[in-house]
Ligand binder design. Structure first.
Ligand SMILES: Cc1cc2nc3c(=O)[nH]c(=O)nc-3n(C[C@H](O)[C@H](O)[C@H](O)COP(=O)(O)OP(=O)(O)OC[C@H]3O[C@@H](n4cnc5c(N)ncnc54)[C@H](O)[C@@H]3O)c2cc1C
Length: 386
């Protein structure tokens, strides 16, 4: 295997790596995807799965168009991946309600509505408290109103990651359990990677060290992207931002319109469980669940939907978002390298942005430019000092 040639090696089996592999394989390239743990075993498999196109980093400028394109691409991709892999990622358009509980929140949301209303196809309106509970009976009637998006996309993240991985495999991609440890290089060209067999931590003794060659390499290492800075000699300003989610069994009514407040959220998913999040914790590469996060999320949940006080906690998960220094994803060719690419740093929106980031990367590799709108704002060269 060591000398067998591939067109592209993708490092990382989260959603960015798997979708990039799929888009490249669909165009006939021979791909190897190397994953240190398991496909979808980190943030991409344990995210909430909503598509908040109207708020957060980069919205509206410079990423509104990119975000809208990414959401609409999820719609078509969901069917495409189901055809190829048989895995249904449960993409759907649904309602999303951002609640206000004081006058200053209501005023600031209504100010944002001035441009949000103009965004085509999302049907964004302001709802008074009475209308809020008509739309979502579980919402707290003590709210002062909310911003209602009628057509917000949502997906089941693990199924999306799995559908992308299995579709890539069906098109000939090899998915291998390998921890990449460095690059094989010659001047400004990347010739391939070096790797250890198997898992990330704790099993270094006696492991096989290998090398694999390819025409190009894509780094899609999520919050671990900074490890690659030493390999390619450029700064990759990405750090882990931990987030936790609770899955609850609720015996009364499901929450069909997702509720949002202050960075937290809740909705009942197609698996029948009600998912509530989240936290933003700067604690390095620690993926443990904590009672403090559970209590914080329950507090936010009860503010949004007080009737859920009796819901039974079924599962608590924690994972790490890859957060870039300016909050925007990092997508494109690595400065100073002819054939080394990177896709990372999507923070709280890597599921939404995965289509734009991955299709953009595939087009850059194959065509030298991309049709995905707004991709140029994500160029890794923006962090280079003169
Ligand atoms: C609680 C929470 C909720 C979220 N909710 C949403 C949401 O509702 N909507 C949304 O759009 N986004 C959401 N996100 C964000 C989203 O999950 C992430 O931005 C996205 O999953 C990042 O994908 P990735 O492929 O870049 O990284 P990852 O999923 O972390 O994948 C990177 C992969 O690379 C592998 N890897 C790393 N180093 C190596 C190496 N040396 N060799 C081989 N493999 C390696 C890792 O093992 C990992 O599997 C949420 C995140 C969290 C934490």
């Amino acid at each position: 295997m060591a000398n067998e040639h591939r067109d592209v090696i993708v490092v990382g089996g989260g959603i960015i790596g798997c979708l990039t592999a799929y888009f490249l394989a669909r165009r006939g390239l021979k791909i190897a995807l190397l994953e240190a743990d398991a496909v979808g075993s980190h943030a991409s498999g344990f995210a909430f799965g909503e598509m908040g196109v109207l708020e957060g980093a980069g919205i509206p400028d410079p990423l509104l168009e990119f975000s809208l394109w990414s959401m609409s691409r999820h719609h078509t991709l969901s069917m495409e991946l189901k055809d190829v892999s048989g895995v249904d990622n449960q993409f759907q358009f649904g309602g999303r309600l951002k609640l206000a509980f004081n006058e200053s929140e209501a005023a600031s949301y209504q100010k944002q509505l001035e441009w949000q209303r103009e965004v085509k196809d999302l049907d964004v309106t302001w709802l008074e408290p009475r209308e809020v509970v008509e739309v979502e009976p579980q919402a707290n009637p003590a709210c002062l109103g909310g911003v209602y998006v009628q057509r917000a996309g949502a997906v089941e993240p693990y199924r999306l990651n799995l559908a992308a991985a299995q579709s890539a495999e069906k098109l000939g991609t090899e998915i291998l359990s390998r921890r990449v440890t460095g690059l094989l290089t010659e001047g400004g060209r990347c010739l391939g990677v070096t790797f250890h067999e198997g898992q990330r931590e704790g099993q270094r003794e006696g492991r096989q060290v290998g090398r694999m060659e390819a025409g190009a390499v894509v780094l899609a290492m999520g919050p671990w992207s900074q490890e690659a800075a030493a390999w390619c000699g450029i700064d990759i300003p990405v750090t882990p931002l931990k987030g936790q989610i609770l899955r609850l069994r609720e015996t009364s009514k499901p929450i069909l319109t997702s509720l949002h407040y202050g960075g937290s959220y809740v909705v009942t998913k197609p698996d029948g469980l009600t998912w509530a999040g989240t936290t933003e914790e700067e604690v390095g590469f620690n993926e443990d669940v904590t009672p403090e996060a559970r209590d914080k999320i329950m507090g936010d949940l009860l503010k949004m939907a007080p009737a859920l006080a009796s819901a039974e906690l079924v599962q608590q998960t924690a994972c790490l978002r890859p957060l870039s220094a300016d909050g925007l994803p990092i997508v494109g060719r690595v400065p100073g390298w002819q054939n080394l690419y990177i896709g990372t740093g999507a923070g709280r929106k890597g599921i939404l942005w995965s289509t734009g980031m991955s299709q953009g990367l595939a087009e850059l590799i194959l065509d030298g430019s991309s049709q995905v709108p707004g991709l140029e704002a994500l160029n890794p060269a923006r962090f280079q000092r003169d």
